[in-house]
Design a protein around this ligand. Sequence first.
Ligand code: GLN
Length: 212
Amino acid sequence: MVTAQPGVPRIGVLALQGGVREHIDALAALQALPVPIRRPADLVGPDGVRVDGLVLPGGESSVLDRLARIFELTNPLREVIAQGLPTLGTCAGLILLAREIENPAPGQTSLGVLDVTVDRNAFGSQVHSEVADVDTVWGPVRAAFIRAPRIVRVGEGVREAARHRGQVVAVEQGNVIGIAFHPELTGDTTVHRRLLQLVSAPSCDEGPAARQ
Ligand code: GLN
């Protein structure tokens, strides 16, 4: 049971598959209250949205997509993000947020709330994984790339936030942050701090919510 504490932001972490624990640890280190999201009722209750922000972790995007549909989380997730809930998607989480996916798994769908096209597995297979220092608009980030996507199209109103090896690997659109890498695996909390900043002072940029 998660109890509300005044002034402490509640950040949902989609806990169906993938790197959930590391995000929970990163958020707790920043004095936020991580809330695992497994069922629609974890996300939305009778009084509305139950969290102040959301993290969609890395893992395998086609599995996350399928599990989200099985647990009937796809539509609630899409709605709360489109309504402006500050959201960070890392790697598979970025793919889940994207409007379009190149090289999807058979039948794979996405939430379509971030106006980018991602090329899945563009940085190669597991053996091509690497840790790299990436300059982002939020500051330098020590980032792990694991079967990472690259962002091949950035829509209008989407801000490019970082490149790696010449490819766009981080973006921000209003309330939504998408990154192709894993900062949580290196203990870097720069991007989580940016998410918490959006929770306390929502962006004025055009996001999915502004387009409603
Ligand atoms: N390639 C994976 C996918 O399609 C993402 C890998 C990751 O999240 N590290 O979901």
